[in-house]
Write a protein that binds this ligand. Structure first.
Ligand code: MGD
Ligand code: MGD
Ligand code: MO
Length: 775
């Protein structure tokens, strides 16, 4: 067991009137990364933030949201102390109370609900992985004792989980594109190689920096000669600089992957040695891809056949080549199997765990924390009650850990299998963002007797349904640890704001009240006690990366910690529990035909189906709604529903934008900046037209997560007016329970006029009960 060496750079110094601290920022306000920052503090307040030039991770770079952090920290709308609702739900009337009073209310309600209805009547939800990921599961499992933790009504858990589930099913591990992030010397490390080609599939990494991957690394490797293939319906900045840009019909990625496999396998462009030695089920795969000739795939995807062929050849012939993929792959009922197909392309072309390919990503220092943290505190009997869909064998066999949004919604609406009595939202704003079918969720979340929201700002969700709102601390106001993925980074508390508490402090304080036996036994008196425990939660089945006995305080001093790294771990026995070469799968091989999927009655070989609503699957509906609608393309200024109250962000991006092909818009009399209604079978919403000649003429791309903090709280800040999730639907997950079509439904568009804008959607939903007039 190695002890971390002291970090070689100072962590704190004086610069004129400022004390400067080295820190990491991992929200809130949020993102998926933990970039290194220099925090300039004066009179106990953060005065400015710069990127840390010494950091191997972001090398001094920061995005506009981090650079503008001070505006968020001291914005007058921040929640400063616990608030108790005094008016009716939805009226936005609150009274300041003390933390003690807030804790007393929670203690009283939780105790009564548990006694009368059982702990499962309490459901805890969180949003995407900002700083918060293990904290809310831990709150559910160890503090409230409920097995019900889930993502805030995210249908089909359609964010990264389908891709991860696919990789675990196929190879017993997950991989990430190798941009040398695991090395302290980064691009100068002699073991690393620059990829010849990077395949960017349904991802806009410069803007989104998703899942622990810093998008700018792509620009770095481009400067070193890497060429790009980009698969996107819209010409992004990277697509415009790519060798191959495949302008795809949203929701057809699975078909494209099968078509590319057809070319690569039939033309024998794969790595024969790797396939022979390390894969299982290749012959069955070969047979399956014969059903997907490129001409058929071209028709489905709207991409010319030659382009598909040439791009497949270009990727297969490059060595090494890296795959950097994104959210649209998850956002389809066949998300898992699409991910299996895409990941197979990368692996059979010889890029598995090689320099400049896709490397095995385990949490840094084997710190195995996430959505299952604390699950050991829930009995098996109680676990069996967690809310999952009844129609998916994968969930029913208890494999999938967390409760699922679609099943939580059903329980709220129908009281089956039991009634939900309390909702705890900590870092999620579901009616603005996470849940599909936002108006339906709005109705459902008002049903429980008692709801709590823990957030940085007063959100539409909080106004709609909360009885208590608790103020959360921001990044520099908290202690935390970031092991997702390597290197491990510490987040240190530098400043304080009013009465805000970090999610970790809240967890420890509530835990000592509601489950004192456990919290005393574990010695969790303050946040750092819990964080030391967290630093030592490891996966006992993994012998790599190395476990490390250390306190959180030691990590704080070390600041950033790199693991010992080696490539080709399937060859050296580092991937398997028994230390034998191979993969952590039933066959010990990388499975082109996934036995794990087979065991859940899911086709073990990649396949693809039309989205539930598309010009092909619903041709009659498509006559009325002729465009394919993709939603939620990320923007520089905002992280989901965050940052809407910040003047600088709204100066750059004042209104929601719907991207339309320039000629398509012209035919409909729509000009740049016009308000445009986007409507389908379920509802409508409006955004301003952004015309783009390079957008696919039959595709509409609308933004998600809009609300207007400048508007009245009692009108829920206009949350439904421009809400993409008036048009998406819950319950359309795939046979695995994973994947949902947030990015592939259908719509029509028309120009907004005074006449057709008299009743806005928020009024329609909260006063008139929904979009009754929409067919
Ligand atoms: N139509 C459409 N809908 C989508 C998507 C899409 O592409 N299209 N994307 C989906 C995806 S992938 C995801 S992951 C979800 C995201 O959905 P969510 O994660 O629910 O996103 P937000 O609405 O930003 O809600 C997060 C809330 O947490 C608060 N917060 C931030 N940091 C912290 C913190 O550290 N502690 C606490 N307690 N609170 C904090 C913020 O102020 C904010 O109010 O949205 C989904 N919704
Ligand atoms: N600034 C910012 N960063 C974020 C977030 C944020 O809200 N703001 N959210 C975070 C979260 S939770 C996530 S999950 C990630 C997601 O980040 P990404 O994985 O980058 O996902 P998106 O930005 O939704 O879409 C990426 C690209 O896919 C294209 N696209 C749309 N539909 C399809 C399709 O059907 N097929 C293909 N091949 N392409 C399609 C879009 O045009 C877009 O250019 O971003 C994270 N980072
Ligand atoms: Mo996400």
């Amino acid at each position: 067991m190695t002890k971390p060496a002291e970090y070689h750079l100072p962590l704190e110094w004086q610069e004129g009137e400022y004390t400067v601290y080295r820190n990491h920022h991992w929200s809130g306000p949020g993102c998926h990364n933990a970039c290194a920052i220099l925090v300039y503090v004066k009179d106990g307040k953060v005065a400015k933030v710069e990127g840390d030039p010494e950091s191997p991770y972001n090398q001094g770079r920061l995005c506009m949201r981090c650079l503008n952090m001070v505006e968020a920290y001291y914005h007058s709308d921040r929640i400063k102390w616990p608030l108790k609702r005094v008016g009716a739900r939805g009226e936005n009337k609150w009274e300041r109370i003390s933390w003690d009073e807030a804790y007393n209310i929670i203690e009283e309600k939780v105790t009564a609900i548990k006694k009368e209805y059982g702990p499962e009547a309490i459901v805890c939800m969180e949003g995407t992985g900002r700083n918060v990921n293990w904290q809310v599961p831990m709150m559910a499992y160890s503090v409230f004792g409920t097995p019900n933790f889930g993502l805030g009504f995210l249908s089909g858990d359609a964010c990264y989980l389908p891709r991860c589930a696919a990789m675990y099913a196929q190879m017993g591990d997950a991989t990430i594109a190798d941009m040398s992030q695991q090395f302290e010397k980064r691009y100068d490390d002699p073991n690393w190689k620059c990829p010849e080609v990077v395949l960017i599939w349904g991802n806009n990494p410069l803007v989104s920096n998703g899942d622990g991957f810093l998008g700018h690394w792509i620009v770095d490797v481009m400067k070193m000669g890497a060429k790009l293939i980009v698969i996107d319906p819209e010409a992004t900045w990277l697509a415009s600089r790519a060798e191959y840009f495949l302008q795809i019909r949203p929701g057809t990625d699975g078909a494209l992957a099968l078509g590319m496999l057809n070319v690569i396998i039939n033309e024998e462009l794969y790595d024969k040695e790797f396939v022979e030695k390390w894969t299982y089920g290749f012959d069955e795969l070969k047979e399956r891809v014969q059903e997907w000739p490129v001409e058929k795939v071209a028709e489905i995807t709207w991409i010319p056949a030659d382009l598909i062929k040439n791009a497949a050849r270009f990727f297969a012939k490059a060595s090494p080549a890296a795959l950097q993929w994104g959210l649209p792959i998850d956002m389809h009922p066949t998300g898992i199997t699409t991910a299996v197909a895409i990941s197979t392309i990368s692996s059979i072309c010889g890029n598995f765990d090689v320099p400049g390919g896709n490397i095995v990503a385990r949490q840094g220092r084997n710190i195995a924390i996430g959505y299952m943290t604390g699950a050991e505190f829930i009995s098996e009997e109680l676990w069996a009650k967690h809310l999952v869909p009844k129609d998916t064998p994968m969930h029913n066999q208890g494999v999938m850990g967390t409760a699922q949004g679609d099943a939580i919604l059903e329980a709220l609406e129908t009281n089956t299998p039991y009634t939900v009595k309390m909702l705890w939202f900590q870092s999620t704003n579901p009616i603005a963002c996470m849940g599909a079918e936002a108006p339906r969720i709005y109705n459902a979340i008002q049903k429980p007797d008692f709801n709590v929201v823990v957030d940085l700002f007063m959100t539409p969700t909080a106004v709609a349904c909360a009885d208590l709102v608790l103020p959360c601390a921001m990044g520099n106001e908290r202690n935390s640890v970031r092991p997702w993925w390597f290197p491990v980074r510490a987040i240190n508390k530098i400043t304080e704001y009013e009465e805000c508490k970090s999610d970790e402090e809240l967890l420890v304080e509530l835990g000592n009240r509601l489950n004192p036996e456990l919290f005393k036994e574990m010695g969790w008196k303050k946040d750092t006690d819990l964080l030391t425990w967290i630093c030592n939660v490891i996966n006992p089945e993994w012998n790599w990366p190395e476990k490390w006995d250390a306190t959180f305080e030691e990590l704080q001093k070390q600041h950033i910690s790199f693991d010992n790294w080696s490539y080709r771990k399937h060859e050296t026995g580092l991937l398997r529990t028994d230390g034998e070469p191979g993969f952590n799968t039933p066959t010990g091989k990388l499975e082109c035909s996934c036995l794990a999927l087979d065991s859940f009655d899911v086709d073990p070989l990649p396949y693809w189906e039309e989205p539930p609503e598309s010009p092909v699957s619903t041709p009659v509906l498509a006559k009325e709604y002729p465009f394919v609608l993709t939603t939620g393309r990320r923007s520089w200024e905002f992280f989901h529903s965050e940052h809407r109250q910040l003047p600088t962000m709204r100066e750059f991006h004042p209104d929601p934008l719907v991207t339309i092909n320039t000629e398509t818009a012209a035919k409909m009399g729509i000009q740049e900046g016009d308000w445009v209604w986007v409507e389908n079978m379920r509802g409508r919403m409006r955004q301003r037209a952004k015309l783009k000649p390079t957008m696919h003429p039959n595709v509409i791309s609308a933004e998600h997560a809009w609300w207007f903090p400048e508007q009245k709280g009692e009108n829920l800040f206009g949350v439904f007016d421009s809400n993409a999730n008036n048009l998406t639907k819950m319950g359309q997950y795939g046979p695995t329970g994973y994947g949902a079509p947030y990015k592939c439904t259908i719509c029509k568009i028309y120009k907004g006029t005074e006449e057709n804008s008299k009743v806005m959607p928020t009024e329609e939903v909260i006063k008139k009960g929904g979009f009754g007039y929409v067919k």
